[in-house]
Ligand binder design. Structure first.
Ligand code: 13P
Length: 243
């Protein structure tokens, strides 16, 4: 199974800029070890999906509401994402857990909504710097997994240490391998057979220089890339390191 290289564009790119980036990605050959996914902001999602229609590059949202519709000002539902051309949705990103007070219980409800709409959820977990300093990183991630994933979970998990996001700092290879091994063991323990097929992405300051090292580690099934997904060159250089 090729590794999943996912770009989280966060709150970047107007519709025109997003379509231009999608066109550059589409024009380039996809590295053989990689499956590509881009997650534009909501306003650009449909236009990017159209620009990538018929290509092998998938499109995803960055969040969804747990209800299919309703009086939820500013929110977007999973069926709306699906209809706009998304196949995936990022859920429980630390920027939503921290800045929007999202709890693991809410993330679990969103996962159920995403699956019901036919989307593949990418559920983010990861410890803060304080939690790691206190030796609480595996406890934190273990609780996030048990709280955020519903029974029978068959989506994607992304390990994103909060302190590595946008900082240029990454855990050591040993730390990444240890956490991915722990997540794999928890998925297998908590979700039995379904857990064994779940890809575990690494996210947090992935770039062209460190991608090969990170993607070569055991149980790393791909990368969730923020800043380095905002240009085709940087994103494709990471994808070229996939295997
Ligand atoms: P950076 O790659 O910019 O550190 O962001 C990681 C991230 O949060 C992806 O979801």
């Amino acid at each position: 199974m090729p590794q999943l290289i996912a770009g989280n564009w966060k709150m970047h790119k107007t519709r025109a800029e997003a379509v231009a980036l999608a066109a550059s990605l589409r024009a380039a050959p996809i590295p053989p070890g990689a499956r590509l996914l881009v997650c534009p902001p909501f306003t650009a999602l449909a236009a990017v999906a159209e620009a990538l229609a018929g290509s092998a590059i998938a499109v995803g949202g960055q969040d969804c509401h747990m209800a299919p519709q309703g009086p939820h000002t500013g929110d977007i539902s999973a069926p709306m994402l699906k209809e706009a051309g998304a196949g995936f949705v990022i859920l429980g990103h630390s920027e939503r857990r921290q800045n929007h007070g999202e709890t693991s219980e809410q993330v679990r409800e969103k996962v159920l909504a995403a699956v019901a709409a036919g989307l593949t959820p990418i559920v983010c977990v990861g410890e803060t710097a304080d939690q790691r300093a206190n030796g609480a990183e595996t406890d934190t991630v273990g609780w996030q997994i048990s709280g955020s994933l519903p029974a029978g979970f068959a989506g994607v998990v992304a390990y994103e240490p909060v302190w590595a996001i946008g900082t240029g700092r990454t855990p050591t290879p040993e730390e990444v391998a240890a956490m991915h091994g722990f997540i794999r063991a928890e998925l297998t323990r908590q979700f039995a057979a379904a857990g064994a097929g779940v890809a575990i992405l690494y996210g947090g300051s992935v770039n062209a220089g460190n991608a090969a090292g990170l993607l070569g580690l055991p149980e790393v099934g791909g990368a969730l890339v923020g800043g380095a997904s905002l240009t085709a060159e940087a994103f494709l250089a990471i994808a070229a390191a996939a295997r």
